[in-house]
Structure formats: structure tokens, C-alpha cells
Design a protein around this ligand. Structure first.
Ligand code: PMP
Length: 429
């Protein structure tokens, strides 16, 4: 079936034809049948160089043999019995070794569940219901994370989120003075920050700013959560906190940390994490913080994660992905200069973000950075897709250890053609 035939079928079976609203595309999405390394193929047999990489989860590349072999071996032994098993211990030990804040780790079934649990722990430990978050940072789709997810807006980005919940969420700029002012409100007990800066670093968060935010939250006595769902095992094996030596109380993980399979984790200080210990009791509750979830720490995911961890712990995979992102950024900056396009490619680690109309994101606010005209986003992404290149989201890319200089250069040829077309059509100048 063609992509458009599959889309027609999907529209009658799935709301909007999709299982995740960001997979929606007009006139229709591509339907991917196979992925290997840094490439993937759709239902029409068309090949794409992939800069989405499973929403940044496939750090080792699609279908890494060690991960595939571990999954096959585990599937033959037991897919899921909902019991304790040794691999979940080994997996938690990896996390506890790699992440400086991690004295204990608890697994969840998704990244959103990890932020939900971390926020519950922050509230339970601090005894305060209010949570402070940074404008535009993304922490998943549940009720407690939607206010402030869209930069510059205080409206929860969905109907169905009770005002009683959004009333407990305060939003401030990712700026130490703004955070300090917000924390004057003594009812705030928890602070959550995307460790990269908003949207995997499309709004950069310089190291001295992150350090000052950490110090400010600490000084106010709030439980500080770093959301390292993107940065964990990507910015460095121990995430941004290990790379820059800025250690929060709690950390949320998913994507790379779960072997590129569905799942998530919260790790952090033992005294907070032990609120989930069944032998602890507080206020008549034992354990004081409840956490369940049928598929938490499932053996299949644990097997994949334990197979991936030794490959991710050395830093070599990250170094390769970083080098390829740098090659992509350098190539894009050269292309933009050659086409006379005002803008730049930037980003930390294995990310690459495109900014149009300004030479540097520093000094711009999140709304300015994120407000790319829809016609430009659609033209860029649609043009690249037609030439066999898929971006992660918006105007951003991630690379993996499977990207090669040849693939980056081939992708740059596609960008070259798309930039030329967008300039010719007057969409870019
Ligand atoms: N936090 C961050 C920083 C993320 O990037 C994501 C996913 N893109 C989430 C939370 C939510 O994770 P999930 O999609 O697994 O629920």
C-alpha cells in the first residue's frame, strides 16, 4: 500500500490517523517499514537518512546487533511475567553508577510517567504542592506538565486539564533571577528543568545559567529535578549532570536509558527515593509514596538496556554522534552563507537546530527562537522528506553513533537543494 492509502485507512481507525500528535503530517505521514543504522525505508520502498532516530531514543543506531540479540534471547526466555528479575537490578546498577545524583533508581513505563513520579516524589518530600517549571521546557504530556510547555503561554496545552491542577504549576523564565523571584512563594517545593534547555536545547541553557538555577533552587530548599530524558546518556554517559558536574536531587530518564525501547526511570537521592520503600511508613501510608505500573522494569526492556549500557558507558558512541552533529551544523552554516540565508545552525552534543533570521540564538527569548513561520517549517520538512531526509521535529535534528560522514554529506546535498527552492519561492531570504 502507498503512504497515502495507508493514511486514508489510518484516518478511519486512529484519531487524526496517528498515535502521537506530532506524527501528524499534511497531506499524509510516511509509513516506515524498516530501519537500520541511521536510515529507514517507507511502505513505498523510499529510503530516508534519519535525523529523528526514534525521537532521540536510538543512540546506537536502529537495530544495533547487541540490542536485537538481547531482545531475541530474552523473548525466547520470558516476555513478561510481572515478577522481579535480575536484569532490572543490573540495569538500575548501571544508572546508579553513571548518574551522579543516582543512589536509587525506579523504572516506569514511559518518560511522561517518569516526570509524573518525580513530581509526586518532590511534593511528598517537600510537603508542598506547588511546582515551578521553566517556560517552554518539555516534560511529557500528563496533567502536571502541560502548563508552560508552550513557550510564552500559561495556558495548559490541552483541554481536559483541571484548573485545580494548573493552579499548582508556576512558570518562570530559565533565568536565576526569575527563578529566585518565583521561589519567594514558599508554597513551591519542587523545581523541574529540562537539562538541555527547552526542547532538547533549541533554547540553549549555558552551563553557568544551569549552575545558578541549581544553586537558586537549592537555596530555597526545593527538590530539584533534572529532566534528562533527552540528555541522559547523550550529553555524556552520565547525562548533563555528569558532564557539567551539576547534580540535582532527582533525575528523569527514558529513550536512550531504556535501550531505545518504551520505558522510563527516576533516579536520585536515596532518602527521597526510599519514600517508595514498602517498609517505610509515614502519615499512615506504607509505602509513603505509591508507585505501580504493570510493565515497569520489564525484562525485555531491561535486556535491551543492559545490552546497550556497556556500549554507551564508554563515551565512544556519544563522541561519534557529536562529531556527526558538528559536521552537520558546520555544513548547514556553510550552505546558509552560500545561499545568503540569514540564520544559523547550532546545538550542543548530538543535536542540530536551525534558526532563521538571526545569526545566534543567544539573546533571543524562547518565543522568538520557536516562532518559525509554519510555511517555512512545512517547506523545509516537506522538501527534505521528498529528498530522503527526515528531521526530528520543528527545524531540529539529532544524530546517533550510526551516522557517518557520507550520510551527513548526502543529507547536506538535500538541504542544499531545499534551501535553493525555498529561496527561489521567497519563503527564505
Ligand atoms: N521530557 C523530555 C525532555 C522529553 O524529550 C520527552 C519526550 N520527548 C518526555 C519528557 C516525555 O517522554 P515520553 O514521550 O516517553 O512520555
Amino acid at each position: 500500500m502507498s503512504n497515502s492509502e495507508l493514511s486514508n485507512r489510518a484516518l478511519a481507525a486512529l484519531p487524526g490517523g496517528v498515535s502521537h500528535e506530532l506524527r501528524y503530517r499534511a497531506p499524509h505521514p510516511i509509513y516506515v517499514e524498516r530501519a537500520a543504522g541511521a536510515e529507514k525505508w517507507d511502505a513505498e520502498g523510499r529510503r530516508y537518512i534519519d535525523f529523528k532516530m526514534g525521537s532521540a531514543s536510538q543512540m546506537l543506531g536502529h537495530g544495533h546487533p547487541a540490542v536485537v540479540e538481547a531482545l531475541q534471547r530474552q523473548a525466547a526466555r520470558a516476555i513478561f511475567s510481572a515478577d522481579c528479575h535480575e536484569a532490572e537490578i543490573e540495569w538500575a546498577e548501571w544508572v546508579n553508577r553513571l548518574f551522579p545524583c543516582a543512589e536509587r533508581t525506579r523504572f516506569t513505563a514511559s518518560g511522561s510517567e517518569a516526570t509524573m513520579l518525580a513530581i509526586r516524589l518532590g511534593r511528598a518530600w517537600s510537603g508542598r504542592d506547588k511546582v515551578l517549571r521553566a517556560d517552554g521546557h518539555y516534560h511529557g504530556w500528563h496533567d502536571h506538565t502541560l502548563k508552560g510547555a508552550k513557550a510564552g503561554s500559561l495556558q495548559a496545552a490541552s483541554l481536559g486539564v483541571p484548573d485545580a491542577v494548573t493552579g499548582l504549576i508556576e512558570v518562570c523564565a530559565a533565568d536565576p533571577l526569575a527563578m529566585q523571584a518565583a521561589l519567594q512563594d514558599n508554597s513551591i517545593g519542587t523545581v523541574i528543568i529540562e537539562a538541555s534547555g527547552a526542547n532538547y536545547g533549541s533554547v540553549p541553557l549555558p552551563v553557568e545559567t544551569l549552575r545558578a538555577l541549581h544553586d537558586t533552587a537549592r537555596a530555597a530548599g526545593a527538590v530539584l529535578i533534572f529532566d534528562e530524558i533527552i540528555t541522559g546518556l547523550r550529553w555524556s554517559p552520565g547525562g548533563r549532570q555528569a558532564r557539567d558536574d551539576i547534580v540535582p536531587d532527582l533525575t528523569t530518564l527514558a529513550k536512550v536509558a531504556t535501550g531505545g525501547l518504551p520505558g522510563g526511570a527516576v533516579c536520585g537521592r536515596a532518602e527521597i527515593m526510599e519514600l517508595m520503600n514498602n517498609s517505610a511508613a509515614r502519615d499512615g501510608l506504607s509505602p509513603p509514596v505509591s508507585h505501580k505500573g504493570t510493565f515497569n522494569g520489564s525484562p525485555l526492556i531491561a535486556a535491551a538496556a543492559c545490552a546497550a549500557m556497556p556500549l554507551l558507558a564508554t563515551g565512544e558512541a556519544q563522541a561519534q554522534a557529536d562529531a556527526m552533529a558538528e559536521r552537520l551544523r558546520d555544513g548547514l552554516n556553510a550552505l546558509m552563507a552560500r545561499h545568503g540565508i540569514a540564520g544559523c545552525a547550532y546545538g550542543e552534543s548530538s543535536t542540530c537546530h536551525l534558526l532563521f533570521g538571526a545569526a545566534d540564538p543567544a539573546g533571543l527569548n524562547p518565543v522568538e527562537i520557536r516562532s518559525v513561520p509554519p510555511v517555512l517549517v512545512a517547506g523545509l520538512r516537506g522538501g527534505l522528506l521528498a529528498r530522503g531526509v527526515d528531521l526530528m521535529s520543528h527545524t531540529s535534528c539529532v544524530t546517533s553513533a550510526a551516522h557517518t560522514p557520507e550520510l551527513i554529506d548526502e543529507a547536506l546535498d538535500a538541504f542544499d537543494a531545499v534551501f535553493a527552492a525555498l529561496v527561489q519561492d521567497g519563503v527564505l531570504q
